[in-house]
Design a protein around this ligand. Structure first.
Ligand SMILES: Cc1cc2nc3c(=O)[nH]c(=O)nc-3n(C[C@H](O)[C@H](O)[C@H](O)COP(=O)(O)OP(=O)(O)OC[C@H]3O[C@@H](n4cnc5c(N)ncnc54)[C@H](O)[C@@H]3O)c2cc1C
Length: 378
């Protein structure tokens, strides 16, 4: 009987595993792939995400420092930079492999190439069925990402306006050309895909190029992706990867009596930016803190609900406002993006949201307070 079984070895599962090992919980992490494995992602790891790690990211994994962004909407463009780093760019297969190693390092058991096929919540433990055997554990964390279906043991399936669809590819390029084009900024293209954007991120030796938008509005993502590639002069025969991404800020059930959902399984992604690694890491850690609290005090398993309230108070409101902000931006995009790209002060302030120095709520209040008279005057 384990104290904890973690399903999935992405950033959320690994962060949970590392903390569980450090806290002395008898832990098994089960990952269906053999690592390193490909993960569809832009690879932006924010300072905010890194602030939750108890270790540095090695230099050889950090491919580029990002200080700013270039934002395009139709014929408009704005760029902004901060004097502090906003994020680093990483290749997910490499990062995730490293994070999983950091979980192994604290002594937890890790099984890769083993898939969890089913879970049964019983009175005093959970039965975890894999394609290999059956395990028993007092608690289970589901960190299976956005495409798994085990999470539906706890919560209903998302509707089409509650998750997004992405297409991404890696475009090889020499570092000098990448440096010349983007240096330490990312490029964001709005107005192509419904309720989302296209991106070009400057990695080491390649660009991550992709599009993503909310499923209900993001029609023909492949055509839009091919347009983005072509209009930026990328003309190879690229392998396109499709992947879903949750929209955060939707009210979802997060816990059963002995099961907790973390990361993408819980739907913790910033709807406007698509940033998910921060919340994946942090929610994995919160889940372990709550489970450890229960195990050490013999409380009733019902107190798992503390997990939901802690996530809510740490970042729930932020994700809710990111969803609201997304709705505002895309209801009258010509007006909102014109305001956004037309005023450097606004874009600059928005980068403070990206840096998590202020919240979406603060940003919206600031906008209303500072600009309503100007806009009312026309
Ligand atoms: C195209 C795209 C671009 C993105 N860009 C960014 C970005 O630039 N920055 C950012 O912060 N976020 C980005 N995100 C979001 C980010 O990728 C996710 O939020 C993050 O990966 C969530 O981590 P996770 O650990 O919850 O899930 P995942 O990283 O998806 O990991 C889940 C793991 O569980 C394993 N698994 C699944 N089912 C089972 C099973 N049944 N048994 C065992 N193992 C299983 C999978 O193999 C996988 O390794 C992007 C997402 C997409 C789709």
């Amino acid at each position: 009987m384990y104290d904890l079984i973690i399903v999935g070895g992405g950033p959320s599962g690994s962060a949970a595993g590392r903390l569980a090992g450090k806290m002395g919980l008898e832990t098994l992490l089960i990952e269906k792939e053999t690592f390193p494995r490909y993960k569809a992602c832009g690879g932006g790891l924010s300072e905010h995400a890194m602030s939750y790690l108890d270790h540095e990211i090695p230099d050889n994994i950090q491919e580029r420092d990002i200080y700013g962004a270039k934002l395009y909407y139709k014929d408009m463009m704005i760029e902004g930079y901060k004097d502090h780093r906003l994020s680093i760019l990483v290749t997910r297969s490499v990062l995730d492999n490293y994070l999983l190693d950091m979980a192994r390092d604290v002594g937890i058991e890790v099984h890769t190439n083993e898939k969890v096929t089913d879970l049964t919540e019983l009175n005093d433990h959970v039965e975890v069925h894999t394609d290999n055997t059956i395990y028993r554990s007092k608690f289970v964390i589901i960190a299976e990402g956005s495409q798994g279906t085990l999470k539906n043991k706890v919560r209903r399936k998302d509707r089409k306006d509650e998750y997004g669809v992405c297409m991404v590819t890696e475009v090889k390029e020499n570092n000098e050309t990448i440096e010349e084009r983007l240096h330490n900024a990312i490029e964001l293209h709005f107005g192509g895909i419904g309720q989302g954007y296209g991106w070009i991120f400057p990695h080491r030796g390649y660009y991550s190029v992709g599009v993503g938008g909310i499923v209900k509005y993001a029609h023909n993502p492949k055509t839009i992706m091919l347009d983005l590639l072509k209009s930026n002069g990328f003309q190879g025969d690229y392998k396109l990867h499709g992947h879903t991404i949750p929209s955060g800020g939707v009210k979802r059930d997060l816990v059963g009596s002995r099961i907790v959902l973390c990361g993408d399984s819980a739907g913790f992604v910033d709807t406007f930016t698509g940033e998910g690694m921060t919340y994946a890491i942090r929610s994995g850690q919160i889940a372990v803190e709550v489970i450890q609290g229960i195990l050490s005090s013999d409380q009733h398993s019902g107190s798992l609900s503390r997990y939901s309230s802690r996530c809510q108070s740490e970042f729930g409101e932020h994700l809710r406002y990111s969803r609201l902000f997304t709705k505002i931006m895309y209801t009258y995009p010509d007006v909102t993006f014109r305001i956004f790209t037309g005023q450097k002060e606004i874009f600059d302030k928005f980068l403070d949201v990206v840096a998590f120095k202020i919240t979406y709520k603060d940003f919206l209040k600031w906008l209303l307070f500072n600009f309503r008279f100007r806009w009312l005057k026309g």
